[in-house]
Design a protein around this ligand. Structure first.
Ligand code: IMP
Length: 429
């Protein structure tokens, strides 16, 4: 069976939810391997819109097993809220179709408090405030608690107590932290632990058996390439490996497991939070794109920064992820524009470069070099076949394919599942 990874090629919010939704039906397993409830995947199921944050998108497919992998950081309260929200809307979530890796780390109440406190000071990242960064920090510092620890409540309780004591001393200036006491924290955590216990699984064995039996697996990325802890616009990144490189460590599978990598990008670009963004628009075109694309965060509701498509960044993403095919989302948002610009290189202190710099200082200084292409100025939302797209829209697509060196196998022309043009047979049902 062919296993797929779906990866964001920009700064997130590319529309991975829609592509995963199109693909998910055919997979036996859907696995989240990094991030946490900072993600917001919009999925339309039976005409209703759902926003998933930490649950894998295969949850709507009654036959799929959904796994929250070891590389995900899980806030038990947020997860329970999401499960209950789905159950109230008639979606079945059970220990049969939702598994949580016993090695996944937990986001505990103090992580969110510390996240929001640190992000209000100097070097503001503009995080989602969900405790993601601190939970990964605890993991790397070997102070985290994992789902396997919840089976040993005395140990779990002792460790939470030690952590509370330590951080209340370390962050003595945070009033909200002083308000946390072990009894209070444990009295909230214990019922949550009991609720989630039947879902906890040895995920390494689960996926090894799945592979032995020839089951198909979809690895669902959250956030995106340019937010990756190692390869993104550091330090304005999330705290996990959100490139495809994260799959092996975050799901516990060998590298040969991933057969196809689908890179998702928007026909333009957006970014939420702080950090460099070379092709950002600060004018009425940026505003028009935000309005037409309804560019407001699924998780936080924040208005997204908008700009032209950046091919230097997209090509960098291709080098890192090795896309088998690209999915271009929201082409229709550009329908009304008389001309469209694409950033094909950067100018850095008088020199033209075509690579994505590592340094934050360089990234803040680069100036985008643009190619201007004619807009098609025709509606595309009703189009279902590639050949029916306006010639100028096809010209835009081929220009990108040529510069990046990868086929655009799917073009999305609207939010609904049907508003999709599939050119690459590997992406067909
Ligand atoms: P954190 O992941 O909450 O630590 O936030 C770090 C950065 O990643 C911030 O700029 C967030 O806006 C951004 N971020 C995190 N999750 C998402 C997402 O799902 N889509 C877009 N940006 C995200």
């Amino acid at each position: 069976m062919t296993n797929f990874a779906v990866t964001g090629a920009q700064w997130g919010d590319e529309g991975k939810g829609k592509v995963v939704d199109i693909l998910a039906k055919r997979f036996d397993f859907v696995v989240r391997y990094q991030g946490g409830h900072n993600a917001g995947h919009s999925v339309v199921f039976q005409g209703e819109r759902f926003a998933l944050h930490v649950l894998p998108s295969g949850i709507f497919n009654p036959k799929a097993i959904n796994l929250i992998g070891n590389g995900v950081v899980v806030d038990p309260f947020a997860l329970i809220k999401e499960i209950e929200g789905l159950r109230q809307r008639g979606i079945e979530v059970s220990p049969e179709n939702l598994r949580i890796s016993d090695r996944a780390h937990m986001i505990l109440p103090y992580h969110g408090i510390i996240d929001r406190f640190l992000d209000s000071g100097i070097q503001k990242i503009g995080t989602t405030g969900r405790g993601i960064g601190p939970a990964y920090e605890w993991k790397a510092a070997r102070r985290g608690l994992r789902f396997c620890d919840t089976a040993h409540l005395d140990y779990f309780r002792e460790r939470v107590g030690q952590e509370l004591e330590r951080i209340q001393q370390h962050y003595h200036e945070i009033d909200e932290l002083r308000g946390l006491d072990l009894e209070g924290v444990m009295s909230r955590l214990e019922p949550a632990i009991e609720f989630l216990a039947p879902h906890i699984t040895d995920s390494v064995t689960l996926l090894a058996k799945a592979r032995e039996q020839g089951s198909s697996i979809l690895f669902e990325g959250a956030q995106a390439t340019l937010l990756d802890l190692d390869f993104g616009t550091y330090p304005y990144v999330t705290s996990s490996n959100s490139c495809t490189v994260g799959v092996c460590a975050g799901a516990g599978v060998p590298p040969s497991t991933v057969d196809e990598v689908v890179g998702i990008f928007k026909a333009y670009s957006t970014r939420v939070g702080e950090g460099p963004y070379p092709s950002e628009l600060h004018d009425e075109i940026g505003e028009a794109i935000r309005k037409a694309g309804f560019e407001f965060g699924t998780t936080t509701g924040r208005p997204r920064r908008c700009g032209w498509l950046d091919l230097v960044a997209l090509k960098y993403g291709h080098h890192l992820n090795g896309f088998s095919t690209l999915a271009m989302m929201k082409l229709d948002v550009l329908d009304a524009l008389p001309e469209i610009r694409v950033c094909h290189a950067y100018e850095l202190r008088g020199e033209v470069i075509d690579h994505f710099p590592a340094s934050i200082t360089d990234l803040k200084e680069v100036k985008p070099c643009y190619t201007t292409l004619p807009g098609w100025e025709l509606p595309t939302t009703h189009i279902r076949a590639y050949d029916d797209l306006p010639e100028k829209a096809k010209g835009y697509i081929s220009f990108i394919e040529e510069k990046v060196g990868c086929l655009i196998g799917l073009v999305s022309v609207g939010p609904d599942r049907e508003q999709t043009i599939i050119r690459d047979k590997r992406l067909q049902d």
